[in-house]
Write a protein that binds this ligand. Structure first.
Ligand SMILES: C[S@@+](CC[C@H](N)C(=O)[O-])C[C@H]1O[C@@H](n2cnc3c(N)ncnc32)[C@H](O)[C@@H]1O
Length: 222
């Protein structure tokens, strides 16, 4: 539905989200949050400062922060409805280590957090394929600016490998993303992300296969 200015709202998620007041619930987050949390806990230090971008409903942030009291988890999203949901989840959770919401748009040249103490980790879940490629460029450039040496960039989603989809369902998914917005699409670990990593002093350290043909990909800042 168009807003008062006549503009169509920007589409940010593929699925219908349920709501209780401002709190939104994502069916996919309910399905994959345990598996994602477990990999995040494995690759991040037990204590430190983590920046989650594109936090969406806020459910991943709450779920991970609840399991990692030593991590100061800063989450947020550029989308106002998502930010309202994140704020409601943060308030309900009452976790001392869960902070936000910030409004970082990764395509900005300055995220407004560069001047502070660098982050130990940067987390992006299900964002790279549901955003224009400038979001990938911006995420990696931002990782180069905000992570400490040795800090971790964690990304989760579907990825192709050297131009080949890892499953027929991912090829179908890629086509459906592009039909919704030609700037969206499954990103390629070798053809798209390797050069962005190299340009921003990040080394790919691990690729973890996840359910439903998704991956966690771990980069470390040199
Ligand atoms: C499909 S949702 C995923 C939300 C959440 N991470 C999850 O997995 O449930 C993608 C999110 O990325 C955010 N996003 C899109 N473009 C962005 C950008 N340029 N900078 C930061 N976040 C962005 C959207 O607002 C949206 O909340």
């Amino acid at each position: 539905m168009a807003d008062k200015s006549g503009k169509l709202p920007r589409e940010i998620a593929l699925e219908a989200r349920a709501a209780t007041g401002e709190k939104l619930y994502s069916p996919s987050a309910a399905r994959n949050r345990d598996a994602i949390r477990d990999v995040v806990l494995e690759v991040m230090p037990s204590e430190g400062k983590i920046l989650e971008i594109g936090g969406g409903t806020g459910e991943h942030g709450v779920h991970i922060a609840a399991a990692a009291p030593g991590l100061a988890w800063h989450t947020g999203d550029p989308d106002p409805a998502s930010r309202a949901s994140i704020a409601a989840w943060i308030e309900d959770a009452g976790l001392a280590n869960l902070k936000g919401p910030h409004a970082i748009d990764v395509t900005a040249d300055d995220w407004g957090v560069e001047a502070g103490q660098p982050f130990d980790g940067l987390v992006s879940i299900n964002m790279l394929h549901i955003a224009p490629f400038t979001a990938a460029t911006g995420l990696f450039a931002g990782a180069g600016r905000v992570l400490r040496c040795g800090g971790v960039l964690f990304v989760y989603g579907p990825f192709s490998r050297a131009g080949v989809h890892t499953a027929p369902s991912n090829a179908t998914f890629d086509a459906s993303l592009k039909s919704r917005d030609p700037r969206w699409g499954v990103r390629d670990l070798e053809h798209d992300l390797a050069s962005l990593a190299q340009k921003n002093a990040l080394t790919r350290e691990a690729i973890v296969e996840m359910p439903a043909n998704n991956f966690c990909v771990i980069f470390r800042k040199q």
